[in-house]
Design a protein around this ligand. Sequence first.
Ligand code: HAM
Length: 421
Amino acid sequence: MKARYTALRGTRDLLPDDVVAWQFVERIVREHFPRYGFREIRTPVIESTELFARSVGESTDIVHKEMYAFRRGEESICLRPENTASVARALVEHSIHRGIASGYPERLYYVGPMFRYERPQRGRQRQFHQIGAEVFGAPEPAADAETLEMLWAFLDAVGLRNRELVLSSLGDPEDRERFRESLTAWLAPRIATMCEDCRRRATDNPLRVFDCKVEDDVRTLEDAPEITAFLGEPAREHFDAVRGALDEYGIPYRIDPRMVRGLDYYRRTVFEVVTGDLGAQNAILGGGRYDGLVQDLGGPEVPGFGFAIGMERLISLIPEGRVPEDRADVAVVALGADGFAAAAGIARGLRTAGYRVLVPLCERPLGAQMKRADRARARFALFVGKDELARGRFGWKDLATGEQIEVDLDEAVRRLQEPGA
Ligand code: HAM
């Protein structure tokens, strides 16, 4: 028996019918993000494993459990689990930060695959895709607010209705330190009954206990101290300014002081957009401020703010009828040997004029050609036979209404150009 290969667990083929929605979303990204000054960056899919250990954090689930890492020669390489660290690396490596001027940060966006060895379930894959945006060199709350405003307008353009922005602040490092001490003291009498992962986290990085998904632990943690009670004055002011700007833009949000992000590099603002339509994996996107990251990666003091959207999750939420249909413009229907001989030339002319044309590569019966036209959702059929060629006039059928007239080729092109054609 021949071997039957299938895509690996947690990975997915995107077939032509699926890709239509992906291209729709990517088109909106490429139109919308540059309006806010974002330019695209493309970094490699493989990076040094150390990059993510340093930035995302050794004790996070992403680095601790989910990395696709392997050795090649002396190097430990991994498939990127996220892209913020890669973009920050590129910023430092190419000295992009030198071009940053006060009030004019560097704004970068990306679209591409990420890899995490997680247990696959609805909305969770091992290879998934993100649309991300990162703003470097803007410490101001206005950067958070403007980027969130861009994001909100983007979600509108995609047609996402049922969504909620959830916001919190993780404070500055010294606030985090005070919170860590308080949390450690709170955990001390409870940790013995918590899961093995939590016990490890309690010593490595106590804030990560909030990553826990074990039900009993989640219940226990409901009474834990909240980070927002530990914010110092600068972080508090920043948070208030972001909230004020969101109110001004009319962007609704809910504060969740328990929100944990699965990555260690955040400071101050953190957020997610969640929906009730996704099941357990309810986050469409996540992001926040990461002012220390560039420096941690050996660069200068360049603040950062950004987000990444899970594309699979986003695309699964696009309302029916929102994605424009992928269809052929014209099916050239060849009638008899003469028609078939001329069809390719006519198709070539229409294609040169910019239209999507379907034409058979060998003689096919009329019925079969009409069936293909229907499958390609062609808008019009152009009938080419001996008589038509002699007269220079061809049958032209609107396949939606069934209406049929005669046209010459110039008129066919004119009709294709008509709005709504
Ligand atoms: P993240 O929260 O780890 O953040 O991922 C962002 C989004 O990617 C999630 O909200 C989710 O929609 C999607 N996602 C994550 N893991 C999976 C998975 N296994 N399967 C399907 N979708 C998934 C980051 O990655 C940060 N780099 C975001 C960021 C950018 N922060 C600042 N700048």
